[in-house]
Design a protein around this ligand. Structure first.
Ligand code: ADP
Ligand code: MG
Length: 356
């Protein structure tokens, strides 16, 4: 009886703790938070000054005393206390949302949490994330590996004996998994994803034009005109944009026009690194499952899958059809939401956590 009451009053939540973006979904309400996984700290005292969107604004323009950190930048938790504070902040934030109902009772912020984490996170860090959720007020916390959450979010038949392949290209990591019977048969996590593409744009501009550009500018250029495959005569292949930065020889501001073909050349080695690991995973896949994947295709998720022509490039290199999941930036959090709706899934997929 008491247990039922908890379920009525607490808002169960799904969290995608990504290397670039953290998303929070509240059961029955949808995605309420999409904010950068960034925390601004006072350098000396380590006091937290801002979290999420507000903290991201400080990147690259912080005064000497403030540091903006991305605690999950490489898919591992570099700073536990900061991660915990961030989780607590987001969990409390969704509980402050005013109720839409005709009457509202005081909220009891004791949610059940299903949280997607990069699969490279160690056992110790897993415990740490679980503890962070519990100490932030959760009554139960389940950790689910990101590729599994992505597969569920993409509505792939993960419980079937037939194999499915998911490639989640985020900011800090690319996670590749082959799933069958609710488990990951093969799983690789590489620290090459969206951030590395931005780095590649930065190096290209320095080497080719002697121009220094910032991370944010590089990301904007990548999103605006980046491509992994020739886009086709005439139309999109004419894509170009003006890039602003600093001339390294004069130290003065400089701006120039770059084309999609140039950015494609800049990011192509990084794209190849990702495709090489997809190849490795395919080579390690048992033959029956490989046949299933060839028939069903490879599913992409994560912000990195939005690079123009990346699906075609992967399809061409692997000779396997490639599909991009709907709204790839929210696939993982929707997968966590799906698990909240269908708790049977918790018994079927490998998770860490549970009641405390
Ligand atoms: P994570 O799960 O690691 O937090 P996300 O799945 O949120 O990462 O994806 C973030 C990455 O996706 C960033 O590197 C960002 O630059 C990239 N990204 C977002 N939108 C696009 C787009 N339209 N084209 C190319 N890259 C994009
Ligand atoms: Mg992600």
């Amino acid at each position: 009886m008491f247990g039922k009451l908890w379920q009525i009053f607490s808002h169960d939540i799904g969290i995608d703790l990504g290397t670039v973006n953290t998303l929070v979904l509240v059961k029955g309400k949808g995605i309420l938070i999409r904010e950068p996984t960034v925390v601004a700290l006072h350098k000396k005292t380590r006091q937290i000054l801002a979290i999420g969107t507000e903290a991201k604004r400080m990147i690259g323009r912080t005064p000497a005393a403030i540091e903006a950190v991305r605690p999950l930048r490489d898919g591992v938790i570099s700073d536990f206390e900061t991660t915990e504070a961030m989780l607590r902040y987001f969990i409390h934030k969704v509980h402050e949302t005013p109720s839409q109902g005709t009457f509202s009772l005081p909220k009891i912020p004791r949610p059940r949490i299903v949280i997607g984490i990069p699969s490279g996170v160690t056992e110790v860090e897993r415990r740490a994330v679980q503890d962070a959720c519990i100490s932030a007020g959760a009554r139960e916390a389940y950790l689910i590996e990101e590729p599994m959450a992505a597969a569920i979010g993409a509505k792939l038949p993960i419980e079937d004996p037939e194999g499915v392949m998911v490639v989640d290209i985020g900011g800090g990591t690319t996670e590749i998994a082959v799933i069958s019977l609710g488990g990951m048969v093969i799983n690789k996590s590489l620290r090459v994803a969206g951030d590395e593409l931005d780095e590649a744009v930065i190096s290209y501009m320095r080497m080719r034009y002697g121009m220094l550009i910032g991370e944010k500018t590089a990301e904007d250029v990548k999103i605006e005109i980046g491509s992994a495959f020739p886009l086709g005569e005439g139309k999109e292949d004419n894509l170009a944009t003006v890039v602003r930065g600093r001339d390294l020889s004069t130290g003065l501001p400089k701006s120039l026009k770059v084309t999609t073909a140039e950015i494609r050349e800049a990011i192509s080695p990084t794209i190849s690194e990702i495709i090489n690991v997809i190849h490795e995973v395919l080579e390690e896949t048992p033959p029956e499952l490989l046949t299933d994947i060839v028939e069903r295709g490879i599913y992409l998720a994560g912000g990195g899958s939005l690079i123009r022509g990346l699906d075609r490039k992967i399809a061409e290199e692997t000779k396997i059809p490639v599909y991009i999941s709907d709204d790839p930036l929210t696939t993982v959090v929707r997968g966590c939401g799906e698990v909240l709706e269908n708790l049977d899934l918790l018994g079927k997929v490998k998770v860490t956590g549970g009641l405390r």
